[in-house]
Design a protein. Structure first.
Length: 68
């Protein structure tokens, strides 16, 4: 998911996407603990995506505070 796609999400969609990605990362990490993954970069990519989503959410919160 690119940054432009992240910016187009609504606040509700952004929150739902964050929850879904965190759940997916947790499942991936548990699967990796049981049996090694073929693509271990999936965990790293998932962490980066969650960080980008959280960054966008925080910037929206700060922009909302500045507007008030």
């Amino acid at each position: 998911m690119k940054n432009t796609e992240i910016r187009e999400l609504s606040n509700k969609e952004l929150g739902a996407r964050i929850k879904a990605e965190k759940l997916q990362m947790t499942k991936t990490m548990f699967n990796h603990a049981v049996t090694p993954l073929e693509n271990t970069n999936a965990i790293k990519d998932s962490k980066k995506l969650i960080a980008r989503l959280l960054t966008e959410q925080k910037s929206r919160q700060l922009a909302g505070q500045n507007a008030q």
